[in-house]
Ligand binder design. Sequence first.
Ligand SMILES: [Zn+2]
Length: 336
Amino acid sequence: MTVCGPSIMTVSGPISPSSLGFCHSHEHLFLAAGRSAELNPALRMEDYKKTLDELLLFKSVGGGAIVDAQPVGCGRMAHFLEKASAESGVHVIASTGFHKLCFYPDDHWIHSLSETEIAQIFASEYEHGMYTDADEHRPTRRTKARPGVIKTASDTQGVKGPYQRLFVAACEASEETGLPVISHTEMGVGALEQVKLFLDHGIPAQSIIICHLDRALQDVQYHLEVAQSGVYLEFDTIGRFKYHSDEEEARFILTMVEHRYEDQILIGLDTTRERLKSYGGAMGLDYISATFVPLLRNYGLPESTLQKFTVANPARAFTNYKVPYEGSSSVSKRVR
Ligand SMILES: [Zn+2]
């Protein structure tokens, strides 16, 4: 499919941002056996049929698109993403990039390749297709499907030490491809230094998505400071009751809206095997649509705002920034 003008790269090819639809901005649809699953068995999700059932459930409640936040060489299952997207009719935006270093074995290429070599792996996935053998060794085999976003991640070391080379490689790949970055923060901490690094490397604020900010809700001032930089704030701890209740999450989102940051909010469930219904957990990919959006509605948020979190904001955030997308209303204003 050829798209002229602004586009979002999905595993089935580029689409127009206006056709993205209702979008969860951070999930994990599949995760192969490997170091991540050894560390936490709840992360392993490799049952094609069970994940497909979740996608069909998502589709049945009006779901349009899902961002899979598992990067290259870290258990990502590119073939399954491509097949499940085609079979369910749900757009899937896949990730290149890197995760926390604890998720890779000691002899993994992520530890030894140079900054330039790693940037080339990320950028070449966008240009030629996602690697399918990157968990085992320096990758050579690919599928046709391409990633639509670059995942980055820091732990308590922040963007320094062993992470610096990886963050810079991700920035170089972003600059080359125009792909937005979606960045893991550890318990919501370290966002400001990540944002500074991205901005210093020339990535537009509107193409930076900071994840897990809602793991810690207490310090509103901190959230406001991150929001002031213009980046997207991703609230993906919805339905994770070990951190907080949905009511606390809803009140927090309301506070951010009162401060006029509704155009910068993205939402998701950041699912694991432990939580998904089809794998035996308590909730499914219908949870935001069936439970959380109605809760926000009860708190008085209008449809136009709810539509921003789930449709309009992701459509802008995941658009390749070489040809920006401002949404239909501003585009038509510009044309006039
Ligand atoms: Zn995640």
